[in-house]
Design a protein around this ligand. Sequence first.
Ligand SMILES: Cc1cc2nc3c(=O)[nH]c(=O)nc-3n(C[C@H](O)[C@H](O)[C@H](O)COP(=O)(O)OP(=O)(O)OC[C@H]3O[C@@H](n4cnc5c(N)ncnc54)[C@H](O)[C@@H]3O)c2cc1C
Length: 386
Amino acid sequence: MANREIIIVGGGMVGALSALLLAKDGDTLHLIEKYSVQTPLENAPFDLRVSAFSAQSKLLLETAGVWQDIPLDRLCAYQGLHTWEKGSQKLIFSSEDIAAEQLGFIVENRWIQAVLWQALKQLPHVHIYDNKQVLNISQHTQQVHVTLDNQQKIQGELLLACDGANSAVRNYLHIPTTSWDYRQHCLLINITTDSPQQTVTWQEFRETGPCAFLPLAGNNASLVWYHSPQKIKYLQSLTNQQLKQVILAEFPSLDFTFEVHSKGSFPLTRRHAKHYYQDRVVLLGDAAHTINPLAGQGVNLGFKDVQCLVELLTQSSDLPIAEILKRYQCQRRPANLLMQTGMDVFYKVSKSESSLIRFARKSFLGLAQQSGEIKNRVMRYAMGIN
Ligand SMILES: Cc1cc2nc3c(=O)[nH]c(=O)nc-3n(C[C@H](O)[C@H](O)[C@H](O)COP(=O)(O)OP(=O)(O)OC[C@H]3O[C@@H](n4cnc5c(N)ncnc54)[C@H](O)[C@@H]3O)c2cc1C
């Protein structure tokens, strides 16, 4: 694919990683982003949007040459993952059991985006159009043409739509999706703790939805509280001091003292594009699929899309674009659907009030904890190192 002109719409984590990997292969990139992307101040408070990155995602960021640019004091490695149903036995995953240094890393989304952008800005054959949106897309036999909102025109052989869950490109091309709301929202709460950095992330399942703890670098952490939209609206309306009191009363107990310093709520929607490409336009990341965030897989799946497409474009460059995009869809759509469906089953089972399902759930967690090699395989799969 080297020496081709490629347009990317959306410079989030997925779009920026795609741009960098393709640019490193010698392609000319046109990256269109709605906002202006700035590098955060190193001592800025932690942002609410954080993600757990698998070993495979870390490897991809290393291949792109940016992993080492993430400041160490914004990076949290975790070695343990504990999950349980309120009042029942814990299922404990530990990096020691599979002789790994860690299970994954938790980093603010904006830092991943920032280090990718810093690298992109160094490359002469990457043209950045920030604070711009796409007004018009037209597809031709050999090319795709884009007009921006300042009337500038760009041409390329391929357009990657990485413009997130509400993808304007996907909507513009009328690519249909299946979607539904989970009828649950989640509140992200950043806290500062009086104890040193934690190394275990955990999730307690309740009939009202999961409650999770994600350690962040230093004395920082993120709490994730899933509940009905009404309850989340109420929690969001509280002052930080009032919210702290509700956390102490209702959230699973935290074994340290803490202060709340920011909060924000998100609706949960599952969405899947019915097809991943149309002529010379291809969807990646949240533009193609969104998933329940309870297992922290969203951007990891997006990065797998990037890896798959970049490999096809670089290793099968003699194939016609239509064949490359068909192979991309055949590899990624079923894999993403499987993960979405797995999460949905897990989510439904975790919320069910049926006494039979409650019994099965508790027995399953107990059996899973004893399952040895099966548990280790699940761990490796989630880390992307199976
Ligand atoms: C509460 C919550 C917790 C999560 N936790 C995790 C986790 O722990 N682990 C994990 O792997 N995933 C997690 N996810 C999912 C993860 O955040 C997303 O999968 C990821 O951000 C998707 O990246 P993206 O680049 O595809 O899309 P986005 O991050 O949405 O980026 C899209 C980019 O396109 C730009 N854009 C939008 N429209 C246009 C336009 N018209 N023109 C030009 N540019 C445009 C935007 O400004 C943005 O920069 C979580 C999600 C939520 C909601």
